[in-house]
Ligand binder design. Structure first.
Ligand code: CP
Length: 312
């Protein structure tokens, strides 16, 4: 692959190859010397048009650990503020010969469009409601390490499915890896036609969580509910917030996940989120660095075999 734009473009084999490599980087990241040279001599530019803590920090750390020259574009201070378009901005940076462009954008499809215009490898760090492929890959690696496998598991994805690129990428990845997926949430936050993805849909947590191996909670994304129905946080927590009482319906060894940032007391009880016997939320963050190292390493191997095209 030339780019990493979405899980929809990856095969089961691609996912396994990437997670196997990420697993070796996860071990490296626990060593005192964390350096490798897979990206030595390459330039990585991170362009985040939307807020981020985990994704931006881990892409920066991943690039630096692999020896790339990493530049974070301060988009708030860029000429986007003077009316320059996304494509003109990308073409301007493209002329500086970056090798890897990491892009987060609030509009679905913006990263795919940009990838068609530049010569370098593009990694989607989240585009609107569309995809967040490295999040699904880090979730997959976290599950594989906690459960010893990433197939034939029963996995519940709970909450605001409709606005979630994390849910979309995870549904694609977990489906490709042959897991049983249950979506739980209020009908108002369930996208139309979701049953076509081969998932089971529930609006009751007790029913949906029954005997699952993995419980993946999602943030209530109020910023994406433009003009639509916004549930009251109290009511939402009562019906859909994960606490130990609702978790008791899952398997006794079920793990609890959340991509972050989380709203404690809205979609998840804070004490449960911090319970290291059940919650793997910090492992997800740790695996985020390893997965991004693996993704950029694999794309760089491709780049080195591909002759540089003339910039027109
Ligand atoms: N999970 C995730 O994408 O977090 P950030 O928005 O902080 O990057």
């Amino acid at each position: 692959h030339r780019h990493l734009l979405g899980i929809e473009h990856l095969s089961q084999g691609d996912i396994t190859t990437l997670l196997d490599l990420a697993n070796t980087y996860a071990e490296l990241n626990r060593q005192p010397d964390k350096h490798a040279d897979a990206l030595a001599g390459l330039t990585q530019i991170n362009m985040f048009f939307e807020n981020s803590t985990r994704t931006q920090a881990s892409f920066e750390i991943a690039g630096k650990r692999l020896g790339a020259d990493v530049m974070n574009m301060a988009m708030q201070a860029s000429s986007i503020k003077k009316g320059e378009t996304l494509i003109d901005t990308a073409m301007t940076l493209n002329a500086m010969h970056p090798d890897l462009l990491v892009v987060r954008h609030p509009q679905s499809g913006a990263v795919d469009l940009l990838a068609q215009k530049v010569n370098c490898a593009v990694l989607n760090a989240g585009d609107g409601r569309h995809e967040h492929p490295t999040q699904a890959l880090l979730d997959g690696l976290t599950i594989r390490r906690a459960k010893g496998r990433l197939h034939r598991l029963s996995i519940a994805i709970c909450g605001d499915i409709a606005h979630s690129r994390v849910a979309r990428s995870n549904i694609l990845l977990l489906g490709k890896m042959e897991n049983r997926i249950r979506l739980i949430g209020p009908p108002t936050l369930m996208p139309a036609g979701v049953a076509d993805f081969g998932v089971e849909v529930f609006d009751d947590m007790a029913e949906g969580l029954k005997d699952v191996d993995v419980v993946m909670m999602l943030r209530l994304q109020k910023e994406r509910m433009d003009g639509g129905f916004i549930p009251s946080e109290r009511e939402y927590y009562h019906r859909y917030g994960l606490d130990s009482e609702k978790l008791a319906h899952a398997r006794p060894d079920a793990i609890v996940m959340h991509p972050g940032p989380m709203n404690r007391g809205v979609e998840i009880d804070g004490t449960l989120a911090d319970d290291i016997n059940r919650s793997v939320i910090q492992d997800q963050v740790e695996m985020g660095v390893a997965v991004r190292m693996a993704a950029m390493d694999l794309l760089a191997r491709n780049l080195r075999q591909t002759p540089v095209r003339q910039v027109s």
